[in-house]
Write a protein that binds this ligand. Structure first.
Ligand code: PMP
Length: 285
């Protein structure tokens, strides 16, 4: 079955779907995106993703291309047309198409909207969680506005590639003060030997992950102690457990950091428990 994309008002076969070469997303990375998990054909935590989308757009002064309700209709339709039961939906909005000029185009230029969906292999994801992933650390070299979910991801791309070349799956950025900020495409967490869960506050240096936000609800409900504070790679090397969160990975155990085994080099029990309970706290639509 061929995949279908929504592109600026039309549903097109993916192979025929295209955008203008003067789209500002292409020329300046002048746009934002969202990724939602799809489970049982439903969108996971859509209202939270749309709220973050609205915030990213407003920080960049890009207009919402359509009301939330219409956007939700398009997203559901893309999931339906692609027959995704388990997978992800990707949504991108750019400032639109205009002759290349750094400053904003005239107000008449409409933002461009693309939505795609794809099926993922559930068993493969579960298998990855059963084995855990490796992480490397890299110097933070991104702009300070990482709270905006911008399509400008070059440092993230380079960090992920370096991780891959070193046999790891994710790279954690480390800021100038020596603290971990987040992963190239995930938020970073550790568990202390006395069972406290530690993750950096969303006030600075990280994207406010939706999975992170839901997990805070899970921790509160399960009465697990939380510390929102920065941690160093050295503290992480000695942690009882470590894991990352992202919409398509939920809670993914980390079993090594910079080649050093974490928690004996196998996924920890708390990460497994949080992963198991996660979707009881998600909203499906
Ligand atoms: N940080 C970064 C840099 C990311 O790219 C992502 C994934 N989009 C996350 C954190 C996790 O965010 P979420 O839980 O909303 O997927």
């Amino acid at each position: 079955m061929s995949r279908i994309a929504y592109v600026n008002g039309q549903y097109r076969a993916l192979r025929d779907a295209c955008v203008n070469i003067e789209d500002r997303g292409y020329q300046f990375a002048d746009g934002v995106y969202e990724v939602c998990e799809v489970r049982g054909g439903k969108l996971v935590d859509l209202p939270r993703h749309l709220a973050r989308l609205e915030r990213s757009l407003s920080e960049l002064r890009i207009a919402m291309p359509m009301p939330f309700a219409s956007l939700a209709v398009v997203m559901h339709e893309v999931v339906r047309r692609n027959r995704v039961s388990y997978g992800l939906i990707y949504l991108q909005i750019t400032r639109g198409v205009a002759h290349r000029d750094h400053a904003f185009p005239p107000g008449s230029v409409k933002p461009a909207l693309v939505v795609t969906a794809k099926s993922l292999n559930f068993a493969k994801n579960q298998n990855a969680a059963a084995h855990g992933i490796g992480v490397i650390t890299v110097p933070e070299n991104r702009w300070p506005r990482v709270d905006i979910k911008s399509v400008s991801l070059l440092p993230n791309v380079l960090a992920k590639q370096l991780a891959k070349e070193q046999g790891a799956y994710e790279a954690w950025f480390v800021d100038r003060e020596g603290y971990v900020t987040e992963g190239s495409s995930s938020n970073a967490w550790i568990v202390t030997s006395d069972g406290r869960v530690v993750t950096r506050s969303a006030d600075s240096g990280i994207l406010a992950g939706i999975t992170r936000a839901v997990l805070l609800d899970v921790l509160a409900a399960l009465q697990i102690r939380l510390e929102e504070r920065p941690f160093t790679p050295e503290e992480a090397y000695g942690a009882a457990e470590a894991f990352v969160t992202a919409s398509t990975q939920i809670v993914m155990p980390v079993v090594s950091i910079d080649g050093k085994p974490i928690g004996g080099g196998i996924p920890g029990p708390l990460a497994a428990k949080l992963r198991e309970h996660f979707h009881q706290f998600s909203a499906f639509s």
